[in-house]
Design a protein around this ligand. Structure first.
Ligand SMILES: Nc1ncnc2c1ncn2[C@@H]1O[C@H](COP(=O)(O)OP(=O)(O)OP(=O)(O)O)[C@@H](O)[C@H]1O
Ligand SMILES: [Zn+2]
Ligand SMILES: [Zn+2]
Length: 815
């Protein structure tokens, strides 16, 4: 008897009630095809579902098992280590295994199965005017309708259909529609060998064009795309017809892979000779890759220290050993320039994965990886799941970026996934940043990961000079413009000399905070020290804490200076652009924000225009803060440093420091020295002050104490439950249930802190109310099982109440 008698299959159902494998019989004719990771079609109740084999067993847990209907791919999409990874994702981020499996695969992968019906010769007897008669008529009139479509039209037909199929009146067959089709082109090939070719040519007589085509194809070893044959020989398809009919040539469909960037031809770029600091970093990383033991590094290099060159050469050394490498970059810095650098260095050996690819393109890149056509992947977050067999190196560039956290289930954090895969593969992880996440820097301090520092810029260029402007003084001196006098002057200078300017509008977050424009006072929660968020509901203006639920009335008068300049805050790029046009009517401005970059490739076009110096000013939001390298930029202006400082988020100071340091790092990266002007209503805030001096280490020392005092990461991890419902009372009730159960479960545990039910920072989204409960704990291992239980139960109740409950393990931002 075969060892693959029963397959354990995870079916594609997202509902948490069925998060376990089901047993199916493996028919004899599929014994050879099935492996762990194989995608199959299985019967599930009345439906046919797609599923993945996660194991095999000799015995089934139930007596009556059904057989697998179909094996869906020649090669299993998932490797055994990915199956294992799916299991880990489900445990770590509390999602179903099915949801984890979906996250591992490109969206185009999913197949849809549909059932077609054919009437057998023997017709049923039906009463005129009955349901059966209607169905029979429908089957006659639209024979192409699928069973699913018929049932969707008239659910009462379902039992009749079932009976007729059972009685042999209807014959079912099912079709699989791939989510993304493999793209093929038609090619031609000559079927004749050298002995038959002359006679065939002879037989064509005076048909000159046909002879030409035949000779052309005979000379080629491979099949040639039909359109190339036609255009090269200026032939028409009528020329081909007789040749095909005589069997001299034949048509073939050949798979083509869509390459979204095209292949960069020409000479490969040579590696740069490394500086001393780069060499030291490279040596340590390459040695770790050689050792084949899992290890993680923090590569902490100031802006412009040449981290990318270290990555490129470390990757080269990894692939030289026959192992594969993954390079993650934040979505928005996945610019064509970045991709080009990789393509120039590694040619066709690189696949690119990001969210702007079409489903077909994603699917193709994924297959190139799976088939072993490439050894390197450059991509955003999800590229960490690249189906490689033997990973040697994984690099997370700008590792502190929020975009490395997935915002949908499973809410994974890419750097954690990288570290898990490193254990599976004996691989090295490099977390690179000028401004590492506080956790990462802390682990390096604790010795869990190794820190490599690159404290100087490549050519020894100085870090730019930074001025911080106190905007409160500007207001007092009668300057109501959004540009301080200093910034205006500096801009004028650049416009005269023809150097370029980057203007950065710090616009993170959605919530409006409240600020006194005279004294810089910001309303904060007395419990959490977190800025309060402005709310207007039923005519009542309120300030609320999104962590603990504290609320107070919006003040009319500033509690600090008694002035009446208390305002809620927020400025759009469009308004800045208008102001720029007013103050500097002759300057060309390129504006980059979500509005101007929504089209495919528009991001790249705008950056290229700025690089070509078609405009002197680049104005933008977060998306221009990092990675960019423009030789002619000598001034960076930050319109308002405070916007990110006062979002209701305990990471606000960290994010502000990171943003300001990153933007400042855009100036003076080449020959010309750079200057930075930061405008702020809170210039004395430590995040602004440390960013001014670009002192990450000192910032770290300060911030780590703040985190320790209030039990925030890295000292505790946060997990957030969010209860969502159109009905406010129900949303609140479910959140309270979660809170109550957590309190009971963790009673007397001082390693666990529960922050009570409070309206979410996004308290109402698309007409639905949202409430949060946040748990802080020291080790997930010690609480994970309990949290899971609470979540699964409450999620069901939330569903019954017409809403849902989501969970974010190791939340990076509470929304
Ligand atoms: N060894 C080298 N010799 C000469 N030029 C180099 C060398 N290494 C890097 N460079 C150049 O130095 C510049 C900065 O390098 P890179 O963009 O890799 O810095 P980075 O550390 O990634 O900075 P950031 O964090 O600001 O993105 C680039 O223009 C790069 O081509
Ligand atoms: Zn005030
Ligand atoms: Zn609070």
């Amino acid at each position: 008897m075969s060892s693959k008698r029963f397959a354990e299959v995870i079916v594609e159902l997202k509902s948490s009630q069925v998060d376990r494998p089901f047993h199916y019989e493996v028919p004899d004719h599929w014994q050879q095809q099935v492996e762990i990771g194989t995608r199959v079609l299985v019967p599930f109740g009345p439906r046919r579902l797609e599923g993945y084999i996660v194991g095999f067993s000799m015995a089934a847990e139930v007596t009556k098992t059904k057989p697998i209907l179909e094996v869906l791919d020649d090669e299993p999409p998932l490797t055994p280590d990915l199956v294992q990874l799916a299991g880990w994702l489900s445990e770590r981020y509390l999602c179903t295994t099915a949801a984890a499996v979906q996250a591992l695969l490109p969206s185009g992968m999913r197949a849809k199965a549909s059932t077609t019906l054919r009437l057998a010769d023997e017709l049923p007897f039906v009463q005129p005017g009955s349901l059966e008669a209607d169905l029979l008529q429908a089957l006659y009139e639209s024979p192409n309708k699928t069973k699913e479509q018929l049932i969707a039209e008239r659910p009462e037909w379902r039992p009749i259909l079932r009976a007729w199929v059972a009685a042999g009146i209807l014959i079912e067959s099912y079709r699989i529609k791939q989510g993304a089709q493999v793209k093929t082109i038609t090619c031609l090939r000559c079927t004749l060998d050298a002995t038959r070719f002359p006679a065939a040519l002879e037989a064509l007589g005076r048909a000159k064009k046909q002879k030409e085509v035949l000779a052309f194809l005979f000379d080629r070893d491979d099949a040639v795309p039909m359109k190339d044959v036609l255009s090269e020989l200026s032939a028409s398809s009528s020329t081909l017809k007789p040749l095909l009919e005589k069997g001299y040539i034949q048509k073939e469909e050949q798979e083509v892979l869509r390459d979204p960037y095209g292949i960069v031809h020409g000479q490969k770029e040579q590696p740069l000779p490394l500086t001393e600091l780069q060499r030291a970093a490279y040596d340590q990383i390459a040695a770790a890759v050689d050792s084949r033991k899992p290890e993680t590094f923090l590569l902490q290099g100031v802006t412009g220290s040449g981290k990318t060159e270290v990555y490129l050469q470390a990757i080269a050394s990894c692939v030289a050993q026959g192992r594969q490498a993954i390079m993650l970059v934040p979505e928005i810095s996945l610019t064509p320039q970045m991709v080009e650098r990789f393509k120039k260095r590694f040619g066709d050996d690189v696949a690119v994965m990001h969210s702007r690819l079409s489903a077909g393109e994603k699917f193709d890149e994924w297959r190139r990886i799976r088939q072993g056509d490439v050894t390197i992947v450059v991509g955003a977050r999800s590229a960490i799941f690249a189906p490689f067999h033997s990973i040697g190196l994984m690099i997370v560039d700008e590792e502190h970026e929020v975009s490395y956290k997935q915002d949908d289930h499973p809410k994974y954090l890419a750097r954690e996934v990288a570290m898990y895969r490193a254990r599976q593969h004996g691989a090295t992880v490099v977390l690179g940043s000028a401004t590492p996440a506080l956790e990462t820097r802390w682990w390096a301090h604790q010795g869990q990961i190794r820190r490599i520092e690159m404290s100087e810029r490549v050519m020894g260029q100085r870090l730019p000079k930074v001025k911080v402007i106190d905007m409160r003084n500007e207001l007092q001196e009668g300057n109501r413009s959004m540009f301080s006098t200093v910034l205006q002057k500096e801009m004028e200078k650049r416009l005269e000399t023809g150097e370029q300017i980057i203007l950065f509008l710090n616009r993170r977050g959605f919530a409006t905070f409240v600020l006194c424009r005279s004294c810089g006072y910001v309303a904060r929660c007395p419990e959490c020290e977190i800025p309060l968020t402005f709310h207007k509901a039923r005519g009542l203006e309120q300030l609320r804490c999104h962590y603990c639920g504290y609320a107070e009335r919006m003040p009319n008068i500033c509690p600090d200076c008694q002035g009446d300049h208390v305002r809620h805050f927020g400025t759009g790029t469009q308004r800045v652009e208008e102001e720029l046009n007013r103050v500097f009517p002759e300057a060309n401005v390129i504006r980059m924000d979500v509005d101007t970059t929504s089209g495919k490739g528009s991001h790249a076009v705008l950056l290229q225009r700025f690089r070509n110096q078609e405009a002197q000013i680049l104005l933008g939001t977060q998306m221009i803060a990092k990675g960019l390298d423009f030789p002619n930029v000598t001034l960076v202006g930050v319109i308002s440093a405070d916007t990110s400082l006062f979002v209701p988020d305990f990471r606000a100071a960290e994010r502000t420091f990171q943003l300001l340091t990153q933007v400042a790092g855009r100036a003076g990266r080449h020959q010309l020295p750079g200057e930075v002007v930061i405008q702020s209503y809170n210039p004395q805030h430590y995040a602004v002050q440390f960013a001014k001096k670009q002192e990450y280490e000192n910032f770290f020392q300060h911030e780590i104490r703040v985190r320790h005092a209030v039990h925030n990461p890295p000292f505790r991890e946060l997990t957030a439950f969010t209860s969502v419902n159109v009905n406010e009372t129900e949303a609140l009730r479910i959140a309270r249930t979660v809170e109550d159960r957590l309190r009971i479960l963790f009673q007397g545990r001082d390693d666990v802190i529960i922050l009570g039910t409070s309206p979410a920072p996004l308290s109402r989204l698309q007409g639905k109310f949202r409430f949060n409960v946040v748990v802080k704990y020291v080790r997930f291992k010690q609480v994970g099982a309990s949290i899971r239980t609470v979540y699964l139960e409450a999620a069901q109740e939330a569903q019954k109440a017409g809403g849902y409950l989501s969970i974010d393990v190791n939340a990076q931002m509470i929304l």
